[in-house]
Ligand binder design. Structure first.
Ligand SMILES: [Zn+2]
Length: 284
């Protein structure tokens, strides 16, 4: 008695499984081809990743100028739907796609001058159409945020994303050299530079989870983008990392352009708490 309905259900599920799976595979193929084409074409005439204001991983980072010319949407994201659950029929020739990493605890990594990144930190990066790189993990939500902003008439660009340890060290060395050139002693030059540049391992940009977001300078002005982000970024998993009223805690000047990805769930909690990341992590 009990077996019959279940048998029917299985039969139905099996019946439905095949066309659905074929459709998903087809969509994936289309997505791959389209994505690659778009990517390749966009990347060809773009220079390297050091376009932006990047120039400074400074405690008060230089204001991102609208130097990046293209309204650089990260390329279109094509996200595969969840694969069909039915694993009985082993007739799929495709290899399964890797799925995104889970978002919470890992992304709430605290990085500041007191909490440097571990030396062996590594991150999977994705290159945006303007040459900036970000952690692959944050890309789908970043894309969604930019799409929605544009749909509302606000045009953001990623002015600076991931920075390598080497790049960070270069910024420090350049700054020290500036002071040496001005006649400072080595010790004084280093001390002075530390006021402006985060030592290697202590810039959030090295995680790939932080982005400086600016206006495209054509369709939007900076304040329009900053206002929009302040109101909406949390819905996409990004928090304003250095709020104006938290300077004494973050030890970093107000940066309306610097957003840190923590995942949608945590971003909502942090936004609603009104706390900065240091405070939030101390309480949770
Ligand atoms: Zn920044």
């Amino acid at each position: 008695m009990a077996t019959q309905p279940r048998g029917k259900r299985e039969a139905q599920r099996r019946k439905k499984g095949h066309p659905l799976r074929n459709l998903v595979i087809l969509l994936l193929l289309i997505a791959l081809v389209g994505f690659g084409g778009y990517y390749g074409s966009r990347l060809l005439n773009q220079p390297g990743k050091t376009t932006a204001p990047g120039a400074s991983a400074v405690t008060s980072e230089a204001e991102p100028s609208p130097a990046v010319s293209t309204p650089d949407a990260p390329p279109e994201a094509d996200e595969p739907e969840a694969a069909p659950e039915d694993t009985e029929a082993p007739d799929t020739p495709e290899t399964p796609e890797e799925t995104a990493t889970p978002e919470d605890t890992d992304s709430i990594l605290l990085v500041n001058k007191d909490n440097p990144l571990p030396a062996d930190y590594s991150v999977e990066l994705i290159t945006l159409s303007n040459g900036s790189q970000v952690a692959a993990e944050i890309y789908p939500d970043l894309q969604r945020m930019f799409d929605d902003a544009r749909a509302q008439g606000v045009y953001p660009v990623v002015a600076s994303g991931f920075r390598s340890a080497e790049h960070q060290q270069e910024l420090m060395d350049e700054r020290i050299q500036q002071y040496l050139d001005q006649g400072y002693s080595r010790a004084d030059a280093e001390a002075e530079a530390l006021l402006w540049v985060n030592p290697v391992g202590t810039s959030e940009h090295q995680t790939g989870l932080a982005v400086d977001i600016n206006a495209d300078g054509v369709h939007s002005a900076g304040y329009e983008v900053y206002d929009w982000l302040a109101e909406n970024a949390w819905q996409y998993g990004f928090i304003l990392r250095y709020p104006e009223d938290k300077v004494s805690i973050t030890q970093t000047d107000y940066e309306p352009w610097h957003y840190r990805y923590v995942g949608v769930e945590q971003a909502r909690l942090i936004y609603e708490s009104g706390l900065c990341l240091e405070e939030y992590l101390a309480q949770n």
